[in-house]
Design a binder for this molecule. Sequence first.
Ligand code: FDA
Length: 500
Amino acid sequence: RGREFVPAVVVGTGYGSAVTALRLGEAGIATTMLEMGQLWTKPGRDGKVFCSTLNPDHRSMWFARRTEAPLSTFLWLDVVNRDLGRPYAGVLDRVDFDNMGVYVGRGVGGGSLVNGGMAPTPERAYFERMLPRVDADQMYRRYFPLARRMLGVNSIDPRYLEKTPAYRYARVSRKLAQQAGFRTTTIPNVYDFRYLQREERRQVPRSALAGEVLYGNNHGKQSLDKNYLADAVGTGKVTIRTLTKVLAIRRERDDYVLTLERIDPWGKVVWRGELGCRHLFLGAGSLGTTELLLRARETGALPNLPAAIGRGWGPNGNVMTARANHLWDWTGPLQSTIPTVAVDNWHDPIHPAFAEIAPLPVGLETWASLYLAITANPERGRMVFDHVHNKAKLLWGSGQSNPAIQSAKALFDKINRSTGTTYRHDLFGNNERFAADFCYHPLGGCVLGQATDNHGRVKGYRNLYVTDGSLIPGSIGVNPFLTITALAERNIARHLPTLP
Ligand code: FDA
C-alpha cells in the first residue's frame, strides 16, 4: 500500500478509548492510539508534572495566552486568571462556541487528567430513559461494577468526612441544605481517599490539599494512565502516539486512511503523514469524534454517514452557582479539591437537580459555597460543519440553558430562603448568579442507536466505531465518566468476537 498500516486505530486516550485499547490489546490485536495532547510524566523545573490552580503556568492551558478558569473573577476583581506567555500544549482546553464554552482534557488520559474524579452511577430509571435500547440489567449487574473496579472508585471514610478541616466547606453546605429539607449524599471518587488522609497528616506530598485538580493532580488521582492505559500498553500490543492529531478520515477499498499531524509541545508542526487501518475506533470525545465524522461526511470523504451525526448534543444540564454564608458558617481556608458531597434533589418532579458541593480552594476564608449542579435540561444542541474554518460549530441558543438555570434556582432559592443567606454575584462575571454558559460534561453528537447501531457501530460504514461520550444523548443525570467507561466495556465486548 506504500503507507504505514495497523490492524486497529483508536483515536484519543480518554475513557472510551482507554477501555477499547485495553480490550483490543488483550485480544492480541495490534493497536495504535493517537492522542493530540502530551504524555504527562515529565516534571517541569519545579519538579512537578502539573501546576496548581493557584499558581498556573504554561502547562495549564492548551495553546492559550491566558488561563480560562471557570470562575472568572473574585470579589468582582480579575485576580483569578493569569497571563501565560508563549502558548503551549497544556493539559486543559476550553473550546468556545456561541453561548457555550466546553472544557476538555488534553493529554494521555483525556478528561481523567483534569476532572474532579467523581464517579457516581446514574439513577437506573434515568439511565433507562436516556438509553432505552441498552440492556440496563446487564449494565447494572456487569458493566458498572467492572468500570468501578477498573477505575479504582472508592468512597470517603464517613468518620474522616465528619472531622477533617479539608471538608468543612462540604459540611457547612450540607447542613444548610438539610435545614432547607433537602437530602444529601456522598459521591464516590477515583481519587484515593486514603492518600488524602495521609496528605492531611503530611506523610505524603499534597495534591488535593494543595489546590491541584483543574490543571492536573500530581498525586492521589487514579487517572486513566494509572489503570486502563497502563494495562493496555502492558499487553505489548498497544502503542500510543502523542501530540498527534487526526485531521481527516477517508476510505480506500476495505481500509480507513487517517491524515495525521504531529506537533512539538510549542505547536510547531514536525510531521505530517498518513496511517491506514482496518478497524477504526473513535474516542476523541463528544467534540472531537463528532467533528471528525462531520468533516468526513461534509467533505464527501465518507458520504454515506448518517444525518444523525451532529445531533443530540447537550452539556448534561451543567450549571454553576455560589452562595454567601453567614459569618459563623465559615468554610475554611484548607479545602480538598476533590468534591465528595452532593445535594440530591433529583426526584423533584419539576426541577430535578443533583448539585455537587465544590471547593473554592483559594487558601483563605471566603464564606462562599460553590456548587456544580447537574440538571435534566431536555434542550439539545446540534453540531454542524463550518466549511470556512474547517471545524465543527455548535448550535446552542442562550435560551437553551434556561431550564437548567431554573432547576438550580429552585433548589438554591429554597436554601437561601430557609437559612437567610444569598447568592454570590462576584464570581462568574456580569454580576451573574448562575453560570450555564460553560460545561464540563459535553455529551452526544453521535448518539447510540441513532448515528450508530445499538453498540456504537457507525451506520453506513463497516469497521467504524464510536466509543466515547458522544454516544450519550446530551444528559445522564450524574457526572458521566463512569457511564462512558461502562458503555465502552459493553460495546467492545460485543465487537471483539467479530474482529480478526
Ligand atoms: P475525553 O474527552 O476524556 O478524551 C478524548 C481525548 O481525545 C482527549 O485526550 C483529546 O485530546 C483527544 N482528541 C480529541 N480530538 C482528537 C483528534 N482529532 N486527534 C487526536 N486526539 C484527539 N466527569 C465525571 O464523571 N466526574 C467528574 O468529576 C468530572 N469532572 C470534570 C472536570 C473538568 C474540569 C472537566 C473538563 C471534565 C470533567 N468531567 C467529569 C467530564 C469527564 O472528564 C468527561 O466526561 C470524560 O473525560 C469524557 O470521556 P471521553 O472518553 O468521551 O473523552
